[in-house]
Design a protein around this ligand. Structure first.
Ligand SMILES: C[S@@+](CC[C@H](N)C(=O)[O-])C[C@H]1O[C@@H](n2cnc3c(N)ncnc32)[C@H](O)[C@@H]1O
Length: 324
């Protein structure tokens, strides 16, 4: 079933390579700086991205940390021009690792954004349950999103991202509202730690599952982020028809989240193979055939009967078992 964009009625939006003020979707194949140079000042409501981390992935050449940050600072300087006054920037990063030492990238990026006078509203922790197991340090299970605004007058639609309250039946126990419900009937603030209730022992957290095999959204991209992660930022920080820009679009995750919620979407991606996948995913979204993990769906909870959650027999008995 075709995805209808309310503001466009029955008109299916085209996917353009360049920005037009009356356009809806721009997927630029090329360098991000070339695209940014064509964008009008103050035009973008939300810039959201996961930039290259300088980890030597297939799409990047590893350089010294200082040189990487200088390049990124040049891009951010240009992004400041296009971000509108009520706008936000969400910069999602993890760690850069050199000779076994961890460099938390958000700490380095913080000063770059502050040099442009931005205001930090949240440092969101994106916690995920799976990943590589480290042997010389604790295994990393979170990355961060720095959410900055350009001014104090920024869009923040809290009601759009409220989540069910854990104790909706709680009541004020003293004061003028004694006996009345103390929570908000629309749900509670989702907090700055993003997970999904998986089990009782992690019930205090909300999780957005990392995009790995078995996930309905998985593509060929090695560092794709989940649509749901962007959706929360899109609906909280923009209004319908606003422009959402991902300067490092990869396979188009941010664009999909934006279009899905009737926002205009722009992205730049330099690699042919990711552009092809991004285009195909956007087409499938417009056709209504894309498979996305529903927003807020709890992470799969094992029943305890699955073989993979049972302690191996040989750990209990010491016998040799070859159970293939
Ligand atoms: C961490 S990935 C982003 C993945 C994206 N969030 C997604 O879900 O697909 C960074 C992307 O930036 C692209 N990239 C790196 N430098 C670029 C540049 N100068 N211009 C355009 N794209 C670039 C890389 O090819 C890579 O796909």
């Amino acid at each position: 079933m075709e995805k209808k964009i309310m503001a466009l009625g029955s008109r299916r939006p085209s996917i353009d390579n360049q920005f037009h003020a009356d356009g809806w979707i721009v997927l630029h194949h090329g360098d991000t700086m070339d695209l940014i140079a064509t964008l009008p000042s103050d035009s973008i409501k939300l810039i959201i991205t996961s930039p290259p981390y300088n980890l030597g992935k297939e799409y990047e050449t590893r350089v010294r940390l200082r040189s990487y940050l200088e390049t990124q600072a040049d891009v951010i300087k240009e992004l400041m021009r296009v971000l509108n006054d009520g706008g936000s920037i969400c910069w999602q990063v993890g760690n850069y690792v050199e000779d076994g030492e961890v460099y938390p990238l958000d700490i380095y990026y913080y000063d770059i954004f502050k040099d442009h006078g931005l205001h930090l509203r949240n440092r969101i922790i994106w916690h995920f349950g799976h990943g590589l197991h480290s042997s010389k340090r604790l295994s990393g299970r979170y990355e961060t999103i720095l959410w900055f605004t350009k001014s104090d007058k920024y869009t923040f639609n809290l009601d759009a991202v409220r989540v069910p309250s854990k104790y909706p039946g709680k009541r004020h126990y003293k004061g003028p509202n004694k006996g009345k419900p103390s929570g908000n009937p629309k749900g509670k603030n989702p907090s700055d730690v993003w997970q999904i209730v998986a089990d009782e022992w992690v019930a205090a957290f909300w999780e957005i599952p990392n995009v790995k095999s078995n996930h309905p959204e998985k593509t060929i991209h090695p560092c794709q982020f989940p649509v749901e992660l962007v959706e929360r930022c899109v609906i909280a920080l923009t209004d319908p028809s606003d422009w959402v820009f991902d300067p490092y679009a990869g396979v188009g995750t941010s664009l999909i989240a934006a279009i899905k919620h009737d926002r205009r979407a722009i992205g730049a991606e330099k690699e042919d193979k990711y552009i092809d996948v991004a285009r195909e995913r956007i087409e499938r979204l417009l056709d209504g055939t894309i498979k996305l993990r529903p927003m807020g769906k709890p992470v799969h909870k094992p029943s305890g009967r699955e073989k993979v959650v049972q302690v191996p027999r040989e750990w209990l008995t010491g016998e040799v078992v070859n159970d293939t």
